[in-house]
Design a protein around this ligand. Structure first.
Ligand SMILES: *[C@@H]1O[C@H](CO)[C@@H](O)[C@H](O)[C@H]1NC(C)=O
Ligand SMILES: *[C@@H]1O[C@H](CO)[C@@H](O)[C@H](O)[C@H]1NC(C)=O
Ligand SMILES: *[C@@H]1O[C@H](CO)[C@@H](O)[C@H](O)[C@H]1NC(C)=O
Ligand SMILES: *[C@@H]1O[C@H](CO)[C@@H](O)[C@H](O)[C@H]1NC(C)=O
Ligand SMILES: *[C@@H]1O[C@H](CO)[C@@H](O)[C@H](O)[C@H]1NC(C)=O
Ligand SMILES: *[C@@H]1O[C@H](CO)[C@@H](O)[C@H](O)[C@H]1NC(C)=O
Length: 258
């Protein structure tokens, strides 16, 4: 049975974009040329109910033949991209690349501008193994409360691993662009950006955790200033690079470009 090719790509939940703040999720738009221009939700549903792997593979192949198994990171469905001024992340996860269903694999391409930082986050269902393909990347992670913080700077073709669930951050400490690729051992790794998650808890909880250093009145401006997700430039680094930072630190500036 052929699955229906629709003019609109529907992605229910792109892993990186699966945030509390739905505004950070770019709406998919019509793109008949994308190798993934199918209703991904429908396709994955069909794959899940396929009786065996042969039927599952056939279901995937019915969507676009051989190219059903190709994901083009430089021409990905819009919903697979979280883009900001300081860089972007393109995610090949089951919702953007249905061929991943049942494979235990996913992959992200990160393109960071000078001083770009992927905000602190964790992946609840996958370890992440990254390799730097251009420039330099600094990383930090800790696996749980009580763990040390491990900090490294990687040059081209060096790698590091973030164990499943670990809190981590990746940043480009240089004035030149950088790129790295992340491989995941789950087609639906999920992404949890820590600060927006924390600040979405009830006010009394947040104020108590902050140890009284912040008043209730300050909390709303705190919340407004916090980028919801994705990639943001480190201001001090931009200064050292003589790059003019965005003067306006409005939350809307942090959202993906329209
Ligand atoms: C995609 O294809 C459909 C059906 O052929 C057509 O109606 C629609 O206009 C096309 N969209 C684009 C962006 O080309
Ligand atoms: C799709 O491909 C057609 C023909 O190659 C081209 O004219 C059109 O601009 C492409 N559309 C997009 C959205 O890439
Ligand atoms: C994609 O498929 C899902 C599940 O059948 C459906 O709810 C959704 O409306 C479809 N989206 C489009 C754009 O056809
Ligand atoms: C894939 O390509 C081969 C060689 O061109 C062709 O024989 C085969 O039918 C294609 N498979 C699908 C699912 O389109
Ligand atoms: C992602 O970043 C690269 C490198 O800066 C840029 O060339 C590309 O246009 C960006 N893509 C999107 C969708 O923002
Ligand atoms: C930035 O400008 C200062 C002052 O002009 C200069 O000393 C420094 O080398 C510049 N840094 C870079 C990375 O260009």
């Amino acid at each position: 049975m052929k699955s229906t090719l629709t003019s609109t790509l529907t992605i229910a939940v792109a892993a990186v974009a699966s945030l509390a703040n739905g505004a950070a999720v770019q709406k998919a738009s019509a793109d008949n040329n994308s190798t993934n221009a199918v209703n991904a939700t429908e396709l994955v549903e069909q794959e899940i109910i396929a009786v065996d792997q042969v039927s599952r593979i056939e279901t995937v192949a019915n969507s676009a033949g051989n190219s059903s198994f190709v994901f083009d990171f430089l021409n990905a469905p819009e919903a697979a991209v979280v883009a900001g001024d300081a860089g972007n992340i393109t995610t090949a996860v089951v919702s953007s690349f249905p061929a991943l269903e049942g494979t235990g694999a996913a992959m992200f391409l990160f393109q960071l501008g000078p001083c770009g930082m992927v905000l602190p986050h964790s992946h609840p269902r996958a370890s992440e193994f990254i390799v730097v393909t251009e420039g330099k990347i600094s990383t930090q992670f800790l696996t749980e409360t009580g763990s040390d913080v491990f900090s490294n700077t990687l040059k081209q073709y060096q790698s590091t691993i973030f164990p499943v669930g670990s809190l981590h951050v990746e940043l480009n400490p240089t004035c030149e662009p950088a790129k790295f690729i992340g491989a995941f051992d789950n087609p639906d790794p999920g992404t949890f950006f820590v600060a927006p998650g924390f600040f979405s808890l009830e006010e009394q909880v947040v104020l108590t955790q902050l140890g009284g250093a912040v008043s209730g009145a300050d909390l709303s401006s705190f919340k407004k200033a916090i980028p919801p997700a994705g990639v943001v430039a480190i201001e001090q680094c931009l200064k050292n690079c003589n790059i003019t930072a965005n003067a306006k630190r409005d939350i809307l500036d942090m959202l993906p470009a329209k």
